[in-house]
Structure formats: structure tokens, C-alpha cells
Design a protein around this ligand. Structure first.
Ligand SMILES: NC(=O)c1ccc[n+]([C@@H]2O[C@H](COP(=O)([O-])OP(=O)(O)OC[C@H]3O[C@@H](n4cnc5c(N)ncnc54)[C@H](O)[C@@H]3O)[C@@H](O)[C@H]2O)c1
Length: 214
């Protein structure tokens, strides 16, 4: 499939569409209108039509969207047609919670390896995931062809860990630490910050009438 350049806000909505289409599919529904989708996932229908238009005309006027076609389409674009193995580095409070969180049943992602320095953690299995010592990380990441790493280590070691996972060929890092990471240009870092999310939510509550969902 040709690469499509889409706005970041659209990209963030794709998993939402995908998840709901799966629910429709499981319920035996064969077509859906943008208005029905809008009601279900709380994104306005004009935004949905515009999002979908980035991928070409997928819907038909008066008919709506074919659920199976859309599902196949999003499956492909989200790489859900194949399993993506992730690594998690730092099995403390947060890392442990993530290991035990099994992601969405209908998503094709799973943590297949975890790494830590703590001898109490190393060589154990938590949430069904083996925890390896750090000196095995680069080899394991390469052998398992892991392209995404989740960083839940203390901030002070985050850059060093990022350097190592970059060296091992990882292409994306989900960074839970407060350290902003320097990585080569071909590696993408997404920072997750719950404080930030909550402050944004509180802002939206206070300014609800002045903001849009764009
Ligand atoms: N983004 C957020 O919203 C959010 C929320 C909570 C915590 N955090 C951050 O997530 C990180 C983890 O938090 P936590 O509460 O789980 O901490 P924690 O101390 O419980 O866990 C850290 C783990 O990292 C391991 N570790 C230490 N040095 C390491 C290294 N060099 N290589 C590999 N593993 C190493 C430790 O053995 C430990 O198991 C911290 O940076 C914290 O600030 C972020």
C-alpha cells in the first residue's frame, strides 16, 4: 500500500475507528454511516469523513461505509495484520503494571521481552513475559526483531537505555520518563506524561465551549 501522509490528529483516531469497527464486525453489522460512527465514538461526523478521505473515497453516499472493507483497510494501515512484539525496559511499579496489562484483545501488539537491572526481577516471568538482564538486551531485541521499546526506567538512566535500544535497531520508543531523549532522526519517540494529560483534561473542562475536538 502506498504511504499516505495524514495529520497527527487523524493518526491518533485510527485505533479508535479500528476498535469500533471490530465491535460492529463481531456484531454481524455489514455497513455503517459516518453519523452512526460519530455517535458511537464521540467524534463528529465531518471529522470522520475528512479523516477517511485522506485514504481515498472509502464510503458511498446513501450507503455509508462497508464494515469489512474498512476493517481490512485499517488493519493493514495499523499493521494489525501481523503481530508486533514490544520490549519493556524497567520492571518497577509502572513497568509491572504494563506487563500485566494485556493490551486490547483485538490489538495485535504484545510485550514479548522485558529487561531490568534488579537481580530480584531478572530471570523471572511476570505477566507471561520473561525478564532478561540488561547485558542481554541488545541481542534479544535483535533476535526477536523488536521495533518498539517502552521505557519505564528512572529518568537518570533513560538516555543510556535509549542509546542501547537505538543501537539494537528499535524504531520507536514510548517514553514514560520525564527525560527528553536524544535519538537518531530515524527513531520516533512518543512521550507519555499523565500529569500533562490530566492538566489538559482539566483545561478542557474549564474551557469546554471554546475548544474543538480537532
Ligand atoms: N509518564 C507518566 O505519567 C509516569 C507515571 C509514573 C511514573 N513515571 C516514570 O516512569 C518511570 C518508572 O517509574 P516507577 O514508579 O515504575 O519506578 P520504579 O523505581 O518502581 O521502577 C524502575 C525500574 O527500573 C529498573 N532500572 C533501574 N535502572 C535501570 C537500568 N539502567 N536499566 C534497566 N532497568 C533499570 C529498576 O530496577 C526498577 O525495576 C520513572 O521514570 C517515573 O518517573 C511516569
Amino acid at each position: 500500500m502506498a504511504e499516505v501522509k495524514i495529520p497527527r490528529a487523524t493518526a491518533k483516531r485510527l485505533p479508535l475507528y479500528y476498535r469500533y469497527l471490530n465491535i460492529l464486525h463481531d456484531g454481524g453489522k455489514t455497513r455503517v454511516s459516518s453519523t452512526e460512527l460519530a455517535d458511537a465514538i464521540h467524534v463528529d461526523s465531518a471529522t470522520i469523513r475528512r479523516d477517511f478521505s485522506y485514504f481515498g473515497a472509502l464510503g458511498k453516499r446513501g450507503y455509508g461505509y462497508d464494515v469489512d472493507n474498512l476493517l481490512e483497510f485499517f488493519k493493514n494501515i495499523l499493521h494489525q495484520d501481523r503481530l508486533t512484539n514490544l520490549a519493556l525496559v524497567g520492571v518497577g511499579n509502572l513497568g509491572h503494571a504494563l506487563l500485566n496489562f494485556n493490551f486490547h484483545q483485538d490489538s495485535n501488539i504484545r510485550i514479548s521481552a522485558a529487561f531490568d537491572v534488579n537481580p530480584k526481577n531478572v530471570n523471572t516471568i511476570q505477566g507471561g513475559v520473561p525478564i532478561y538482564p540488561m547485558d542481554q538486551m541488545i541481542n534479544q531485541l535483535r533476535d526477536q526483531q523488536i521495533s518498539v521499546a517502552i521505557l519505564t526506567v528512572p529518568a537518570k538512566v533513560a538516555q543510556d537505555v535509549a542509546d542501547q535500544v537505538s543501537e539494537a535497531g528499535v524504531k520507536g520508543i514510548l517514553n514514560f520518563t520525564s527525560r527528553r531523549l536524544d535519538v537518531p532522526d530515524d527513531i520516533r519517540v512518543h512521550n507519555v506524561d499523565l500529569t500533562n494529560e490530566l492538566q489538559t483534561l482539566i483545561y478542557f473542562i474549564d474551557h469546554y465551549d471554546e475548544t474543538t475536538e480537532e
